[in-house]
Structure formats: C-alpha cells, structure tokens
Ligand binder design. Structure first.
Ligand code: 4AD
Length: 477
C-alpha cells in the first residue's frame, strides 16, 4: 500500500513524475477539473487535476470541504501559483461534504463567524497557520529549556492554596449543589468536599515550581492556567497556557536576561521554521491594515516587527523612571489617558504600558522594581522597603507579556509581608519551610503563551490563537 505523502513534502523535485498518494480536504473545486487540496501540513494547497473520463463517477461528490484520497502523478505545473500539481489517476471521496451548508466557503469570513465554528475554523488558511505556529513555538520552548539545563516539571492543576494573588479562581468541588453541607456558622463545610478542603484551579504553578527549583536548580512548567477574572478583552482568556521557569541562585538581573534571551530564541526559531505561514500572515495583516486610516497603520510590517525584536536589546528601566516618563508625557498632561498618572505607586494600566512601548521607546520594555503595594507577597523586598524586585516585560501591540520577580528568600521578611497583606499563612506552611532549609536567592517568570502567539502572528484577538477559547460566557466546544 502506497503511503500518503503530506502535502508539504510534495514540493520536492525528487518526486517529479512519480506516482504519489495524497489525502486531504477540498478547499476549492474549479471548472470541474481543478481541486485545491490541503491536509493541514502546510499553508500551500496542492492542485490536483482531474481526468474527466477516469473520475466521472466521483465528480458530483467533490465539493468544498469533502475529504479525498488521491492517487496520481506529480508533475510540473504549467499554471501559475504552484510549482507542482498532481494528475489524478484514481480518486476516492472518503467523506462527502454538504457543500451548501458547509460553513467554511472559499471566501473571506469574519473572525467572529469563525469562532462560532471553532470546530471547523482550522481549515482556513489563517487559523491553520496560527495553530501550526503555536505547535512550533511549544516545541521551541521545550527545546530552549532542555538545551539550557532546565528540567520540565509538572505542577498541580488543582490547588489548595489561594494565596498566589494573581487573580480570581475557579473552584473545584464535588459537593452536591442542591445540598451544600454547612458548618455551624453557616459557611460551606469543605471538610465534606472531595479533598476535605476548599480547592481551586491553579492561577500559576510558581509556588510549586519554587519548591522544585530549590532542589533541581533550574526547572520550568508549561501548562494550562485558569483565571476567573471577568476580563472580556482581546488579551485575556479564562484558560490560557503559561510557561514558568524558576531558577535557584538567579537574581532579578539574571532573570531578566534569561527572559530576553528566551523570547528572542523562540521568535527566531519560529520565524525560521514557519516561513510560509509567517509570510502569509504578514500579507494578511498588511491587507487588513490597508483598510485602516493611515495614522492607525503600523510603521512596520509583521515580519519587520519580529525581526526588530530579535535584533534589538530590550529597554530596561525601573518603575520610578517609567512613572516619571508617564507623568510628564503629553497624553497624561492633556488628560488623554483614562487613568491619569499622578502619584508614585499607582499601577500601570495597559494604556500606559502601550504608551511606553509603542510611542516612547518603540521597542520591548522591561520595567522592574515596582512598588511593593501593587505586587504579590512573594516578591523580594528592596533595601528601600518600598519597592520589590519585580519585572514585567511589555510588548508592542500586546502590553504585558511576561511577569516575574526575584523571590523573597528571607523567612522573617516573608512572614512579615504575609501578615501585612492579611494572607492566611496556614496553607503556605510548606512554602515557608523552603526558607528554613537551605534557602537561596531564586527567581522566575511567567510568559503567557497566547500573548506571544499574538505577537508573532499579528492576530488581534487572543480567542483566535488557541483552538477552543474559554472566556466569560463561552465554553462551547
Ligand atoms: O503576571 P502574571 O500574573 O504572573 C504570574 O502568574 C507569576 N506567578 C509568574 C511567575 O513569576 N512564575 O502572569 C504571567 C503572564 C502575563 O504576563 C501574561 O502574559 C499571561 O501570563 N497572562 C494571561 N494570558 C492570557 N489570559 C489571561 N487572563 C492572562 N493572565 C496572565
């Protein structure tokens, strides 16, 4: 039995004039003769030319969306748009498609429409490109860490500690919702629940990653992460994938340098590996931007933006400097920001982050040493007792892509901070013990996979870079 050749491998002179077998779905069928077939292995379709005499019984079944198995000869194509084509010898329709109702017609669809058809949208060029890129990025992430002496660890998805402070959590429970057991004081009696305590879906694997790093030195997690914030924005998902490296003996500077090196590696790897897809997305974005008014168009193309980030150093500055820039900038003075920058210590909103990155520095920016008040309990306190060794990496068009810090390794200071923030330290006993037995300076960060994919694909909405997005009021598929 001849094995099917992936469409991407047909672009090969060695197969010229050979018999080949290919499987795929029909993208278009023209003039009762020309099938554009694709199996998802590449953005490029293979043209299959039908011989009316040999294939007449099947012709009516060849409709957009149907799946085919084709045997034929690979020849040089005389038509424009492709180097090779297949002269069909034998064709079987594996699965016909009711083409009138088939949602993915060969025309432009809105992304909203495609989200409603998320089970079929991967058959479009744009979404299949994005998903192929997502796969290559994921591979590159593992490769980077593996090549650099990190261990891939798995941290729990169900967690009993709600102290991370990263956002609202989804609860995990098997209690019968119609008969919730109550304690004498009227609160829910979680001792009757599956784990005997209140549990949630994790908002971050960091705390457990710290425990692993303080024994393995360099580790990373890469897994699903859940946040129940009601943020219906184009940058937030309720379920997203986060990469969290954690390194013993690293201070904040080492941490920032690693993050920069890591991001550049991933971008470079993917840029070189996914040339056809990025070329396609580059053109897609250019066309989309043509419909915008001139002042709303980007100065750089998608490819230029990626190249720029790969080839230039990220700007690094402390929060206090970023604060001064923002306080004195024109939009702030002219009240153009929704949240005016007035007092040191305020949190930076996405409008401020984007001003720094897109208007002021015009390149990725690392802001570090944030006010302690606006950051999590575990971040290392600076000598000034006002700021913590936190860092955020801000990207053009995206805003925050990475959040990280040097962790507080001093038990007494950590305990003080937990108290000040009114955090229940009971659940954190093991986290505190890490500071009792061989504590060392250590650092880590979290990179949102989907935000990185947004950047490299030039897509606008985070819902379009994950196969089946989970957002408020949306858990279909
Ligand atoms: O800044 P965050 O909340 O950091 C943490 O969770 C730390 N525990 C990470 C660490 O130090 N190990 O989140 C990290 C990144 C953000 O910069 C963003 O890219 C992404 O995760 N992120 C989201 N992505 C999509 N949807 C959401 N709702 C996201 N929330 C955060």
């Amino acid at each position: 039995m001849l094995r099917a050749i992936p469409v991407k491998d047909l672009d090969n002179n060695k197969l010229l004039n050979q018999s080949v077998k290919v499987n795929g779905w029909v993208k278009t069928f023209r003039s009762n003769r020309f099938i554009a077939l694709n199996d998802g292995s590449t953005i490029n379709d293979i043209q299959c030319v039908i011989d009316l005499d040999k294939n007449k019984n099947d012709i009516n079944l060849i409709t957009t969306g149907s799946s085919l198995e084709i045997f034929g000869k690979l020849v040089k194509s005389l038509g424009k748009g492709q180097k090779f084509e297949i002269l069909v010898d034998k064709l079987s329709v594996l699965g016909p498609s009711n083409s009138e109702n088939y949602p993915i017609q060969p025309k432009k669809h809105s992304f909203e429409f495609l989200r409603e058809n998320a089970h079929l949208r991967v058959r479009t060029k744009t979404i299949s490109s994005v998903i192929r890129i997502r796969s290559e990025i994921s591979y590159a992430i593992h490769k980077f860490f593996n090549d650099n002496g990190f261990f891939y660890i798995h941290t729990p998805i169900i967690t009993g500690s709600d102290a991370e402070g990263a956002g609202e959590m989804f609860s995990v429970s098997t209690l019968d919702k119609s008969h919730i057991p109550l304690s004498p004081d009227g609160s829910i009696d979680f001792s009757k629940d599956f784990f005997g305590k209140e549990t949630h879906l994790t908002v971050s694997g960091q705390l457990e990653a710290e425990a692993m790093a303080l024994g393995l030195s360099k580790v990373y997690t890469f897994g699903p992460t859940f946040r129940a914030e009601n943020s219906n924005t184009s940058r937030h998902l309720a379920e997203f994938w986060m990469i969290e490296p954690e390194m013993a003996f690293f201070d904040l500077k080492d941490n920032i340098n690693l993050a920069e090196q890591f991001i550049k590696y991933i971008l470079k790897y993917t840029y070189e590996k996914c040339k056809d897809d990025i070329e396609f997305l580059n053109e897609r974005l250019a066309k989309e931007e043509m419909s915008l008014p001139k002042d709303k168009r980007s100065e750089l193309s998608l490819k230029e933006k990626i190249e720029f980030v790969i080839n230039n150093d990220f700007v690094k500055l402390p929060y206090s400097d970023a604060f001064e820039i923002l306080k004195n900038c024109k939009p702030n003075k002219k009240n153009k920001f929704k949240y005016k920058i007035e007092n040191w210590g305020c949190d930076l909103q996405s409008e401020h982050e984007r001003f720094l990155v897109e208007k002021h520095f015009k390149c990725p920016v690392v802001v570090f040493d944030y006010p302690a008040k606006i950051k999590a309990f575990y971040m290392r306190m600076n000598e000034d007792a006002k700021t913590v060794r936190a860092m955020d990496i801000l990207f053009p068009g995206i805003g925050e892509i990475v959040g990280g810090s040097q962790r507080e390794e001093r038990l007494d200071i950590l305990e003080k901070r937990i108290k000040e923030l009114n955090i229940d330290s009971k659940e954190l006993w093991w986290y505190l013990e890490l500071r009792k037995y061989g504590s060392v300076k250590h650092s880590g960060f979290g990179l949102g996979l989907e935000r990185l994919i947004l950047f490299i694909t030039g897509m606008n909405n985070i819902r379009d870079v994950i196969p089946f997005p989970r957002t408020p009021k949306n858990a279909d598929f």
